[in-house]
Design a protein around this ligand. Structure first.
Ligand code: ADP
Ligand code: MG
Length: 243
């Protein structure tokens, strides 16, 4: 194993309020190349706000975020290195799947990217229904479109917000295999999911958020050793019961 760590993303004392609500409370974290980090916590604990802060879609009130050593405030081009799958993907209703894909390819190729990777779209069967308009698609098929786009441009980092929500079991497995493949290439993966069993053979680290604060950030091996539980769902339950 290569033990050198390459820091890709640093959040340093990041706080964000929405009115009175502290959505992020002094969050500090470093994410390295090759890691697959599960971002966990109850609804409303700040997971999506942290993800959006990393993407520059939410601007923190205080603290800062760096991507590859550069403060993201001064360099929005870093986003070309991220494949993002949003919790809810929004697309122009009247566009066909094909038009959405080619729109994304136009935007990305303008940034000098190589041949798009259509493997997920192919495995999901989207290439056979490219003519369908976005408004006619089921929630699960929209998710497949979002996933296909996130993995299309060979990014260094994947940020996946509830990626398997609404996917059928076969599609969820296809996506999981793709994540494992990309991780093996040294990519960084940040993933949120409510279905902890899906994360078991995927993740290297766990970040647990509660009320905007980071409760812990651990290697999966350390979490297992601390709790005596192998399964992520049991380990998390053990931590929460001890508190
Ligand atoms: P999670 O993804 O962990 O479920 P979120 O990051 O989406 O949580 O939300 C954290 C808290 O911030 C929630 O209470 C949510 O209602 C609030 N929040 C998120 N975005 C906004 C916003 N744009 N305006 C007001 N409140 C928001
Ligand atoms: Mg969320």
């Amino acid at each position: 194993m290569d033990e050198t760590t390459t820091v890709m993303i640093i959040a340093s004392n990041v706080s964000k309020r929405f009115g009175k609500l502290k959505a992020l409370d002094n969050v500090s974290v470093a994410c390295n190349k090759g890691e697959c980090i599960a971002l966990l916590g109850p609804n409303g604990s700040g997971k999506t706000t942290l993800i959006k802060s990393i993407l520059g879609m939410v601007v923190p009130d205080s603290g800062f975020i760096t991507f590859n050593g550069k403060n993201i405030l001064h360099d929005w081009l870093y986003r070309r290195h991220i494949g993002y799958m949003p919790q809810i993907g929004r697309y122009p209703d009247n566009m066909t799947i094909e038009q959405v894909f080619s729109m994304m390819k136009d935007i990305r190729s303008a940034e000098g990217n190589k041949q798009p990777d259509n493997s997920l779209a192919e495995q999901f069967g989207l290439m056979n229904i490219l003519h369908k308009r976005m408004r006619t698609l089921s929630g699960g098929t929209r998710q497949k479109v979002s996933a296909s786009i996130a993995f299309m441009f060979d990014p260094d980092v994947y940020i996946l917000d509830e990626p398997t929500a609404g996917l059928d079991p076969v599609a969820a497995e296809v996506l999981k295999e793709k994540i494992i493949l990309e991780k093996s290439k040294g990519k960084l993966v940040l993933i949120t999911s409510h279905i902890l069993s899906e994360l078991d053979d995927l993740i290297t680290h766990v970040i647990y958020m509660q009320e905007g604060a980071m409760l812990f950030h651990k290697k999966i091996g350390d979490l297992q050793a601390d709790t005596g539980e192998i399964k992520l769902s049991k380990a998390i339950a053990a931590v929460m019961l001890k508190k």
